[in-house]
Ligand binder design. Structure first.
Ligand SMILES: Cc1cc2nc3c(=O)[nH]c(=O)nc-3n(C[C@H](O)[C@H](O)[C@H](O)COP(=O)(O)OP(=O)(O)OC[C@H]3O[C@@H](n4cnc5c(N)ncnc54)[C@H](O)[C@@H]3O)c2cc1C
Length: 541
C-alpha cells in the first residue's frame, strides 16, 4: 500500500457533479510536467498537484535522448536544454584497462535526427525547464498537495486532495493522469497491479571531479569482473557523474560511503584515475515492474507510475516523457469533444508494448553487465567486451543501436491507429513509425526546409510526396496542414535516402507518428480514417 493510500479515506466524501477541471495531473516530475505542458498548449483546463514542497533538487536521470530533444524543439524549449546540457558524442567501452570500442553517436545518428547525441542534462534541470515553460503557458504546479482518494463515476472522477494546511478538498476532473512515480497513488487506488521484482544489486551515483583515461565528451563504460562503472561527462571542467554497482560484500550495509566504493573504481576504471573531490554520493535499489494496465476508466498511469526498470541505457525519464506526449493530444481532443473517448484506449494499446519491450531489453542488458559469478565476470571482460567492440565497429550495427537508444526507432506499427492504404515498398516507413527527418525544398526558390521545424505538433499534417496538392481536403476540425514535397534532384535524393517512395502520402499525427499512409492520395480514405479510426467528430455531426 502506498503511504498516500495507507492513511487515506477509502472513498471520497462528495459525489462527482460535473467537473471543475478537465484533467487532474498528479505528480510534477518530468512526466507530469510534460503532460501539463501538452495540455496547456492545447487550452485544456488542467490542475497539476504534487505532494512535495517544490521542484526536486536531485539530478537522478541525466541522459536526454534525441527523441526527447525533438519533442522539446516542438515545445520551444530545446535551445535552453542545449545551453544547459553537455553533449555526449559517443560511448567508449573499456575492459581491463584498455579501450576496446568507441560508438560514435554523431555518425550513427546524423541522418536520423537533428540531435545525433545524448544530452547530459540532469533531471532537475529538465524539470526546471518544463516548469518554467508551464508558467509561461499560464499554468503552475500546486505544491504540497497530495492525492489521497479517488472516486470514479460515469461522468468524471472526484479526487480528494490533502492541502498544504492539512485540510482535504475534493476536486472533480473529467480525467486523471497519474504521473506520480513508482509508488503511484493513482495506480494503487485503481487497483492496478504492478508485477515485477527488485534486483538484488545496489547502485551508487557519485558526482566527482576527476581525471583519468576517460575520453572527454563521451560516456565511458568500464566493464569489470564484478560489475561496471559508467562515467558521464558533466558541465564544467573534469566534472563526471559516476554510476556503478556497489560491490557484493557491501550490499547489505546501509551506510555505504564513497570511500567504500573508491577502491573498486581505482582498481577497475583504468590506470591513472585521480579523484580530487566527491560532491554528492547516494545509493539506491532498483526494481523492474510494469503496470498490468495503463488505464482504469477515467484514470491513466504514465512514466514511473506505469513502468520502472534498470537505468541501463538511460531510458526511464525519456519513456515517461513520451508516454505524456502520446496521451496529451488524445486527451485534449476528447475533453474538447472533438474525438470519441474510445481514442483514449489507444494510449495503452500503443505504450504498454513499448514499456514491456523496454523492460525485457533493459533487464537482459542489466543481467549481462551485473551477473556476479566468476564465469560471468570473465565473459563480461573478455568475451562480451570484444563482441561489443567487433559489432559496434560496424556502421549498420551502430545505426540500429542508435535508433534503439535514442528512442527514434519506437513505433506503433501494431497499434490500432496504424493503417496502410495501398502498397508501399518494403523498405518504406510504415504506418505507426515516427515519420523520418527530412530536409527538403518546399518552395520555388529552392530553400531547404527542415521538415521537423515546419511541422506544427498541435495539428495534423498531410505530407504528399511526388504528387500534386489536392484542393480542399476535408478534415473534421479543419486542423490539418498540407505539405507538398515537389519533385527535384535534391528532394528526390532526400526521399530516396529516407526510403520514402514517390508517389506516396503520409498523415502525421500530432506526435509525429504516421497514422495513415499509402501510395496515391485518396481523400475518401483520409475521411474514413479520420472518422472511423481516429473517431474525430465533424462539428454538429
Ligand atoms: C539514480 C537514478 C538515475 C537515473 N538515470 C536515468 C537516466 O539517465 N535516464 C533516464 O531516462 N532515466 C533515469 N532514471 C529514471 C528517472 O529518474 C525516472 O524514470 C523519472 O524520474 C520518472 O519521472 P516521473 O515523472 O514519471 O516520476 P517521478 O520523477 O518519480 O515524479 C513523480 C512525482 O509525483 C509526486 N507524487 C507522488 N505521489 C503523489 C501523490 N499521491 N500526490 C501528489 N503527488 C505525488 C512526487 O512528489 C513526484 O514529484 C534514473 C533514476 C534514478 C533513481
Amino acid at each position: 500500500m502506498t503511504p498516500a493510500a495507507a492513511d487515506a479515506p477509502a472513498v471520497a466524501s462528495a459525489p462527482v457533479a460535473g467537473a471543475d477541471v478537465d484533467v487532474l495531473v498528479v505528480g510534477a516530475g518530468p512526466t507530469g510536467l510534460m503532460m501539463a505542458n501538452q495540455l496547456a498548449r492545447r487550452g485544456v483546463r488542467t490542475l497539476v498537484v504534487d505532494r512535495h514542497a517544490g521542484p526536486s533538487r536531485e539530478t537522478r536521470a541525466l541522459g536526454v535522448q534525441a527523441r526527447t530533444l525533438e519533442i522539446y524543439a516542438h515545445l520551444g524549449v530545446v535551445r535552453r536544454a542545449l545551453e544547459l546540457g553537455k553533449r555526449g558524442n559517443g560511448a567508449d567501452i573499456w575492459a581491463e584497462g584498455r579501450r576496446l570500442a568507441r560508438i560514435p553517436l554523431g555518425q550513427a545518428g546524423d541522418a536520423v535526427t537533428p540531435y545525433p547525441y545524448i544530452l547530459i542534462l540532469g533531471q532537475d534541470d529538465n524539470e526546471r525547464i518544463l516548469g518554467d515553460h508551464l508558467r509561461e503557458l499560464g499554468n503552475d504546479v500546486q505544491w504540497k498537495t497530495e492525492l489521497v482518494a479517488l472516486e470514479s463515476s460515469p461522468d468524471g472522477v472526484a479526487a480528494t486532495l490533502r492541502q498544504p494546511d492539512g485540510s482535504s478538498e475534493v476536486r472533480r476532473a473529467k480525467y486523471v493522469a497519474g504521473c506520480d512515480g513508482a509508488r503511484s497513488a493513482v495506480r494503487h487506488l485503481n487497483g492496478i497491479d504492478f508485477p515485477g521484482a527488485p534486483y538484488e544489486h545496489v547502485f551508487f551515483v557519485a558526482d566527482v571531479e576527476a581525471t583519468g583515461t576517460m575520453m572527454p565528451d563521451d560516456v565511458n563504460v568500464y566493464l569489470w569482473r564484478a560489475g561496471f562503472h559508467l562515467f558521464f561527462p558533466m558541465r564544467g571542467v573534469d566534472h563526471w557523474r559516476i554510476v556503478g554497482i556497489v560491490p557484493a560484500a557491501l550490499r547489505e550495509r546501509t551506510d555505504v560511503a564513497f570511500e567504500d566504493v573508491a577502491p573498486s573504481l581505482h582498481g577497475e576504471a583504468g590506470i591513472g584515475l585521480t579523484i580530487r573531490s566527491c560532491s554528492w554520493f547516494s545509493t539506491y535499489r532498483i526494481h523492474h515492474r510494469a503496470a498490468s494496465r495503463f488505464r482504469a476508466g477515467r484514470c491513466f498511469v504514465l512514466g514511473d507510475a506505469a513502468h520502472i526498470h534498470s537505468p541501463v541505457g538511460a531510458q526511464g525519464m525519456n519513456t515517461g516523457l513520451q508516454d505524456a506526449y502520446n496521451l496529451g493530444w488524445k486527451l485534449a481532443l476528447v475533453v474538447q469533444g472533438r474525438a470519441s473517448p474510445a481514442l483514449l484506449d489507444t494510449y495503452e494499446a500503443e505504450r504498454l508494448p513499448v514499456a514491456r519491450r523496454l523492460l525485457e531489453t533493459t533487464d537482459r542488458a542489466f543481467r549481462i553487465v551485473v551477473a556476479d559469478n566468476p564465469l560471468a565476470g570473465m565473459m563480461r571482460t573478455k568475451v562480451l567486451a570484444r563482441m561489443a567492440a567487433f559489432a559496434m565497429a560496424r556502421p549498420a550495427v551502430q545505426r540500429v543501436a542508435f535508433r534503439a537508444v535514442s528512442q527514434t526507432g519506437i513505433h506503433y506499427r501494431n497499434g490500432p491507429l496504424a493503417v496502410v492504404d495501398g502498397p508501399l515498398s518494403d523498405d518504406a516507413p510504415r504506418a505507426g513509425d515516427r515519420f523520418p527527418w527530412l530536409r527538403v525544398a518546399l518552395g520555388r526558390d529552392g530553400t531547404v526546409t527542415d521538415l521537423f521545424e515546419r511541422v506544427d505538433d498541435t495539428r495534423w499534417t498531410l505530407v504528399l510526396a511526388g504528387q500534386d496538392a489536392v484542393p480542399k481536403i476535408p478534415w473534421p476540425d479543419g486542423n490539418l496542414d498540407v505539405i507538398v514535397i515537389p519533385a527535384g534532384a535534391g528532394n528526390d535524393a532526400e526521399l530516396a535516402r529516407a526510403h520514402v517512395p514517390r508517389p506516396s502520402y503520409w498523415l502525421l499525427r500530432p506526435d509525429g507518428h504516421v497514422g495513415l499512409c499509402g501510395s496515391r492520395f485518396d481523400a475518401a480514405s483520409l475521411g474514413r480514417y479520420a472518422t472511423d479510426t481516429l473517431t474525430l467528430r465533424w462539428p454538429n455531426g
